[in-house]
Design a protein around this ligand. Structure first.
Ligand code: ZN
Length: 244
């Protein structure tokens, strides 16, 4: 198991870690600040640096295909991994701009869930855009959704996560009913993300600490993907587009 430091603190940009394994799947550390692709959110990029100053570029992060709970750091093409024998101490450092874009967009998608009361079919969060597919056939208004997001951002709602045991979930059916996405079962505990007064749902992703930090996120496009799917695409409004 890789210790997942990003689950408790999404602002953490670096950590000391020890190399556990290096193979064709990538680099495994004992602990990491790198978020692996999952829950619709893209993986982190960044660097691993050894004590002698050797820097290995990490292009992406994934969950290990065969080993549950293990995170794999994917080296950039051509990266020299000779400095990374098991036991080597490294500083793992993520690309801060890319992480910040993921955090802002991920919280923005939860705001969108609060504004569109329909089940979510799919979700993708990258540094350049985010998209959310809603299972619905009604039309959606781009400007009204952009205004709705701007209002929730301006209201500066606190964003926080907590872990809930399955026993606690079973004992509080009203909590499950208030969630916009139903929690997964069978894992013992569920991480829920609460935007206070706005939205509550199970989520493992990295978020901002307050909706004010989402900043200027707008709906750039609404597409009718099928008779029962409306796709909403979010972008950054600031000049220059994506910061990552
Ligand atoms: Zn989420």
């Amino acid at each position: 198991m890789t210790e997942e430091l990003f689950r408790e603190d999404a602002t953490l940009l670096s950590c000391a870690a020890t190399v556990v394994a290096v193979d064709e799947a990538g680099i495994v550390l004992d602990r990491t600040v790198f978020y692996p692709l999952g829950g619709g959110q893209a993986g982190d990029a960044g660097t691993l640096e050894t004590a002698d100053g050797t820097v290995i570029a990490i292009a992406d992060t994934r969950k290990h295909k065969e080993r549950p709970g293990v995170i794999v750091h994917l080296p950039a093409p051509g990266a020299d991994l000779h400095a990374l024998a098991p036991g080597t101490r490294v500083t793992a450092r993520i690309d801060a701009a890319r992480r910040q874009a993921h955090r802002r967009f991920h919280t923005a998608t939860h705001l969108l869930c609060a504004l569109v009361p329909h089940p979510v079919d799919g979700c993708s969060i990258t540094a350049g855009y985010a998209r959310l597919d809603f299972h619905m056939n009604e039309a959606l208004d781009k400007d009204a959704l952009t205004a709705g997001i701007a209002r929730l951002v301006a209201e500066a709602h606190p964003v926080r996560h907590r872990w809930i045991s399955e026993q606690e979930l079973d004992a509080s059916p009203q909590l499950v009913r208030s969630m916009s996405v139903q929690p997964p079962r069978g894992l013992g505990r569920v991480r829920v993300l609460e935007i206070v007064g706005v939205d509550l749902q199970p989520c493992g992703g990295t978020h901002v600490g307050n909706t004010a930090e989402v900043g200027a996120v707008i709906v750039t496009k609404i597409e009718k993907k099928s008779a029962m799917t409306r796709r909403v695409i979010l972008g950054f409004a600031e000049p220059g587009g994506s910061p990552g």
